[in-house]
Design a protein around this ligand. Sequence first.
Ligand code: NAD
Length: 440
Amino acid sequence: MKLTVIGTGYVGLVSGACLADVGNDVLCLDVDPAKIRILEEGGIPIHEPGLLDIVRRNVEAGRLAFTTDAERAALHGEIQFIAVGTPPDEDGSADLQYVLAAARAIGRHMDGYRVVVDKSTVPVGTGDKVRAAIAAELAARGVELPFSVVSNPEFLKEGAAVDDFMRPDRIVVGADDERAIELMRRLYAPFQRKHERLVVMDVRSAELTKYAANAMLATRISFMNELANLAETLGADIELVRQGIGSDPRIGWHFLYAGCGYGGSCFPKDVRALIRSASEHGRELKVLAAVEAANDTQKHVLVDKIVRRFGEDLSGRRFALWGLAFKPDTDDMREAPSRVLIEELLRRGARVTAYDPVAMREAERIFGDDARISYAGRPRSALEGADALVIITEWKEFRSPDFEAIRSRLRQPAIFDGRNMYEPARVRFEGIEYFGIGRG
Ligand code: NAD
């Protein structure tokens, strides 16, 4: 099938590459010429395990190409995926300007039937706006062409995106006409070989499904974080509590880890956008408002512990930071807890030396050439002469560190473990003070 993917970010590039990999002819469009240049030169603009190989393989096979030419893109695919960003507006609502610009570009140039598939995370009712935007462009051109609008929210996880796309738990398709549903069935058939994974519904329900999924996951995290803080006060250990409840199949093991708050490009913005969209329709989402407030508090939990240990004034102190990305296996630092921590440490006069396997370039872009922040080429070199170690991202390479090396390099051997990576007793046995989350 001939497909166009609009937006070559985490969702667009992964979708485009994986759809090409099963034999489709895919053209990816982006308005950012720098991204398209990197792709045309054989690279990829993001860090995502396994993605570079798939992109290269399909470019070489002639099934995957990139462009900044909106007309060429609209003429190419019978199916047009919109996978552009939907960042938060000032009031928390999802900013739809990129989605609607993409829709208008399709309407401006299309020359036959198109299925316009929205993969971006968008509020309920956006399908109608996309339909109206395309219809307005067609009317301005004085032409009548048939098209369908489909909602196909994406559930991939950064860091495991290729695998998630290739082996989805489910594929949600929101559509109101049979022709579009049939095309979507054909498109996704190669990704559901073992059993049917397509859940077909109306457009509005599909749009809400994406927010419901992210809001549920964020709720589990904030719930566990609040309980962790309580466990600490009561002298209980949240890790044992987690083990005690996860085995209940009604609860399950996933997303039960306490930590220093959720970040990333999805949970914070999607929770906010859902709250906002509910209030625009006269509904108050009390649970989600609390989920968000609890997360804002949680992003300060590490700095609160550091202040309790070292005092409010941190001038003259330096902290080693392991991890900058909002989670392992990605270079994404959007709304990452590390950003709050770094800002709070600097505000109190401290300096930081950070190490992250892939996100240091992104951190340099965010923090500029602030002399109070330095970067280390290896985890161990970040420790040299620092007062304490703070762990913010649970990268695999931090799982089994050389505690002796940590103790001998830190001025006041202490670990502030924002992801509960270590057993408190084990770390203390090594002569290192340990501060975890909820490990009373
Ligand atoms: P991103 O910021 O990485 O990429 C968006 C891309 O769209 C950018 O490269 C931008 O230049 C491009 N773009 C913007 N306007 C354009 C236009 N008019 N024409 C062509 N290109 C345009 O975003 P992302 O992380 O891939 O997220 C995209 C959407 O998918 C968002 O709505 C997000 O909420 C949703 N989503 C993201 C994830 C994730 O893990 N990142 C997972 C599921 C859903």
